[in-house]
Write a new protein. Structure first.
Length: 206
């Protein structure tokens, strides 16, 4: 997993509350178990019309935001089902940070497992950042995880809180498997000790 330390990029605003995971990535695209290839269908029903043509009014279809790395939304982002495909789709599109007043718990946890930083900020501040984002490509926001601040285009720094353990995992680029592998010597030692203590047991080969 790619570490997250500091990100400076274009911010796109999605001024909607209760954006559920089916809105983020519709159920018909959940047939894959791969983490790649889902970005093209991120917000599919919002980005495309019934014929598959892009809706020009949708923010991620506009030239200034096609390469956005930060998404700003309203309350309860990521509600609905617990599908991990939702952060997969965001990450595959290029979104590495989502800023909102709050998130659904499972989506919030899944973000950390996939290298996306979910930042909780008050609604008023999110609205200010959305106003900043109207500058298009000139609206470059910095999200500094080490210092735990969001820096507006004006230079104003906005602090945010994050669980210390999850912060360290993102800084180190550690997913669940990486966390386990950190303890590989202890696991190997336990397995070796177990084999020695059960040496009388016949080995089974398949």
């Amino acid at each position: 997993m790619q570490p997250f330390t500091k990100l400076t990029g274009v911010a796109a605003s999605l001024p909607l509350a209760n954006v559920d995971t089916d809105k983020i990535i519709p159920a018909r695209f959940l047939k894959t178990i791969k983490r790649t290839g889902l970005g093209k269908n991120l917000f599919d029903t919002l980005r495309y019309d019934e014929t598959g043509a892009e809706r020009p009014e949708f923010v991620l279809n506009q030239p200034a935001y096609r390469n956005a790395e930060i998404l700003i939304a309203h309350e309860n982002f990521g509600c609905g089902s617990s599908r991990e495909h939702a952060p997969w789709a965001l990450l595959d599109f290029g979104i590495r940070c989502v800023i909102a007043p709050d998130f659904a718990d499972i989506f919030h946890a899944n973000c950390f497992k996939n290298g996306i930083l979910p930042v909780r900020l008050p609604r008023g501040i999110c609205d200010q950042l959305m106003e900043d984002s109207k500058m298009g490509g000139n609206s470059r926001v910095s999200v500094d995880l080490e210092r735990q601040v969001v820096v507006r285009p004006s230079g104003e720094e906005i602090p945010f809180q994050i669980d210390p353990f999850r912060r360290e995992l993102l800084l180190g680029g550690l997913d669940d498997i990486d966390q386990t592998l950190q303890h590989a010597p202890a696991i190997d030692s336990y397995e070796a000790r177990g084999k020695a203590e059960r040496a009388w047991m016949p080995s089974i080969t398949v």
